[in-house]
Ligand binder design. Structure first.
Ligand SMILES: C[S@@+](CC[C@H](N)C(=O)[O-])C[C@H]1O[C@@H](n2cnc3c(N)ncnc32)[C@H](O)[C@@H]1O
Ligand code: SF4
Length: 398
């Protein structure tokens, strides 16, 4: 999109929610400046700033404005849910590695999703394990997509053209196919699965071919890649693939193998990616959506346990996907009750990513089991110290 069309798209989106003008001028100004950092992408009927927000012309976005920005409800705006824990790949860093239990059935998943929407969720990520291995994924998508932006994270394995079309018809808004390197052997090695790269590229092509779904790549960058300036080479490869968005994250220290200060990014590393994002988005050939940009101190900060919640495939509730801490199981209690109890221990829009800051405490309380029990999660929270509010937090919570 040209810069002019980009601005027109943005203005149209803002005008479709004129009630946003009821927010204070300082918050409106913050949002406008934030939005101007991105190229606007049109995928089918979706007008997309980036895929961590619902499409700007969707009912889900209107709910976000009305319920979260204006009514200031306490519930989460964003959630992820595990559709299965089964997965053919075996990534060393996988945040689901040590989660165990009895998987939720289809009806439980659908019920939890309805309750998540009732307490405020407007953006829902399907994760796992490999979510495509849940045979009910189309029905689950259909049940979730009214008034809520549904995004799929996938390796791409087992995807067929029919399944992609069915997911689109069921209302899937965005997909992120995982790709950790642009060199086939390196991606396969990180995923400890021969054929992972081929599966990913095939899935990208399949989604691009059916059209109307926003297509991205989820790339988990090692600290080494960030420090050796390999991200740009990766982005050039992704631009060549024609996808809409590069969803970037550093490896989060969610599992023991990464509880090492040499592997966890520094503020300097984060700023490097943040600046890279702004530069690429200005250029507009691809949307770069780095998690550390959104959750950085200059934007919205970390919202784990406040505006973000994770329900894993076994029904265990955590503050976000990267925090292996159990606060209750949806088979025993409603997600509303578990969330309200959990959120009392968290503070919204704080400067630092919760897990990057607190992985040492995770290590202290894990006691041989990297998934913390509720008791140990509560003990850990007694030692957690939250940092100052992010820029958005300062405007919104003052
Ligand atoms: C858990 S996977 C589930 C979906 C699917 N199996 C896949 O790999 O795409 C969801 C996304 O989280 C990413 N991920 C997993 N563990 C991570 C970690 N410790 N830090 C950052 N991203 C992680 C994966 O690379 C993937 O893009
Ligand atoms: S493919 Fe996804 S779920 Fe499977 S091990 Fe890797 S990150 Fe985890």
């Amino acid at each position: 999109m040209s810069p002019l069309k980009n601005r027109i798209g943005l203005v149209k989106a803002i005008l479709s929610n004129p009630q946003i003008m009821k927010l204070s001028p300082s918050i409106n100004w913050f949002f406008t400046r934030y939005m101007m950092k991105f190229p606007v992408v049109v995928a089918g009927h979706h007008i997309v700033l980036h895929s961590h927000l619902p499409p700007l012309n969707s009912k889900a976005y209107t709910r976000f404005v009305n319920e979260h920005l204006l009514a200031r409800i306490d519930g989460p705006s964003h959630a992820q849910i595990g559709l299965t824990n089964a997965c053919p790949q075996n990534c060393e860093y996988c945040y689901n590695k040590n989660r165990i239990g009895r998987v939720m059935d289809k009806n439980t998943i659908k019920k939890v999703i309805q309750e998540l929407k009732e307490i405020g969720v407007v953006w829902l990520g399907f994760t796992g394990g490999e979510p495509l291995l849940n045979k009910d994924i189309v029905e689950i998508t259909e049940s979730a997509s009214e008034n809520c932006a549904v995004k799929l994270f996938t390796t791409g394995c087992t995807l067929t053209k029919n399944l992609a079309s069915d997911l689109k018809a069921a209302g899937l808004f965005s997909v992120c196919v995982s790709l950790d390197h642009w060199v086939e052997e390196k991606h396969d090695r990180r995923r400890r699965y021969t054929g992972a790269f081929k599966d990913a590229l095939k899935a990208i092509d399949t989604f691009m071919d059916i059209g109307s779904v926003h297509v991205g790549v989820s790339a988990v960058l090692s600290r080494d890649m960030i420090q050796n300036d390999q991200t740009e080479e990766f982005l050039q490869f992704l631009i060549g693939s024609g996808i809409h968005e590069a969803w970037l994250s550093e490896v989060k220290p969610s599992v023991e193998a990464f509880w090492d200060s040499n592997l966890v990014i520094t503020e300097e590393d984060r700023m490097k990616l943040t600046k890279l994002q702004d530069r690429y988005n200005k250029d507009g050939k691809i949307t770069v959506n780095y998690l550390g940009h959104f959750e950085g101190k200059e934007h919205f900060g970390c919202n784990a346990g406040c505006k973000m919640v994770y329900v894993d495939a076994f029904g265990e509730v955590s503050p976000c996907v990267f925090t292996p801490m159990a606060f209750g199981n949806v088979e025993d209690k409603s997600i509303r009750d578990i969330f309200m109890e959990m959120t009392a221990f968290f503070q919204p829009s704080r400067e630092n990513c919760f897990i990057n800051k607190n992985y040492r405490l995770l290590q202290k309380y894990s006691i041989g089991q990297t998934m913390l029990s509720k008791d140990n999660s509560l003990r850990m929270m007694e030692e957690v110290r939250f940092g100052p509010l992010s820029k958005f937090g300062q405007l919104y919570y003052r």
